[in-house]
Design a protein around this ligand. Structure first.
Ligand SMILES: [Cu+2]
Length: 333
């Protein structure tokens, strides 16, 4: 028995600790909405634990008292029972009303944060995220996949849409969860209070590769953010050497260009992620691999084995073409 208790204590201890930290945890809040939600969660858990503890104490007390049939006289018992029922009902009403008001106020605070000074359109597609920056002070808009950059301390408004199935955007350390629903446009407010890299995940089952639909939110200083926006606004860099130049040609002559855009070239497809600066992104395949020349080559060589069912077909390439096209894409910083 003692051993069992020890195991339980260690297990719950490590479980709760493991759940508290990391870049994808509700309890590791680094954004204003996430902090509000965390407070709501903590209060609800605390109140429920208290209610549970009181019920247990009363139950144990009642069981202990009833041993040996020592019951008080009938009328006294009736009276006490009436008190207990009235008290129980009143406590329930107070607790439920309290929770309702608390969660109403929290939700209101979350939607008020929505008057953002930077708007980013996000669309969920099986199984990756497209983000379009439509910022008035940085003129043209540009697309990026599976990675958001936002300046620290600013209110950001995310406009959420999808054309295929329901997805849900959830970056637990920064904000609540919001669905992307075909034919409807939803919003989510985010404000990050500390620089860092926070991981998000599609939180509504959306098909085979739902679990490989991650997004990184990179929170940086205003200066670093502006530098990043300026870089993303540029068209793709000219290939720097012969190998990359050959890779560009492969890209433009094979079916790649029908599905992908590389700004500054004739590739204008929109089915797949914009690859103009793919080399500057941290991951490919919606969080599947870190972006390296090797992982790019592996992905292009066999996307269906690495992410079965995803919407990029295998395009047959010779080994030279594969080498060239991966060198070219890795150079697109
Ligand atoms: Cu999804």
């Amino acid at each position: 028995m003692k051993r069992l208790i020890a195991i339980l204590v260690v297990a719950t201890g490590s479980f709760t600790l493991a759940a508290c930290e990391g870049n994808q945890s509700v309890l590791d809040a680094h954004g204003s909405s996430a902090v509000e939600l965390k407070q709501l969660i903590i209060w609800i858990v605390a109140a429920c634990s208290l209610v549970w503890a009181i019920v247990m104490v009363v139950l144990i007390w009642a069981l202990w008292r009833s041993r040996g049939g020592r019951f008080p006289a009938r009328s006294a018992a009736d009276q006490r029972m009436t008190f207990a029922v009235i008290g129980g009902v009143a406590a329930t009403v107070v607790v439920i009303a309290g929770f309702t008001i608390f969660s109403f106020l929290t939700t209101r605070a979350l939607s008020e944060a929505g008057s953002g000074d930077l708007t980013i359109k996000i669309s969920g597609t099986q199984w990756w995220w497209k983000a379009t920056y439509v910022n008035p002070d940085h003129l043209p808009s540009f697309d990026i996949a599976n990675e958001l950059h936002i300046p620290v301390g600013r209110n950001i408004r995310l406009l959420l849409a999808t054309d295929d199935v329901i997805h849900s955007l959830w970056v637990p350390s920064l904000a609540g969860k919001q669905d992307l629903i075909p034919g409807r446009s939803n919003q989510l407010a985010i404000r990050a209070d500390q620089p860092g890299i926070y991981r998000g995940q599609c939180a509504e089952f959306c098909g085979l590769q739902h679990s490989h639909m991650a997004i990184l939110v990179i929170v940086e200083s205003e200066v670093a953010f502006d530098r990043w926006v300026d870089l993303q606004n540029l068209p793709a860099a000219e290939p720097g050497d012969a190998e990359a130049r050959a890779g560009e040609l492969v890209f433009l002559t094979k079916p790649c260009a029908a599905c992908h855009t590389i700004r500054g070239t004739d590739a204008k497809g929109v089915t797949g992620p914009d690859l103009t600066h793919v080399g500057s992104r941290r991951t490919i395949g919606a969080g599947l691999f870190d972006t390296t020349r090797g992982s790019l080559a592996a992905w292009i060589a066999d996307p269906q084995t690495l992410k079965p069912g995803n919407n990029m077909p295998l395009v047959p390439l010779s080994s030279d073409e594969l080498r060239q096209v991966s060198a070219y894409l890795a150079s697109l910083q």
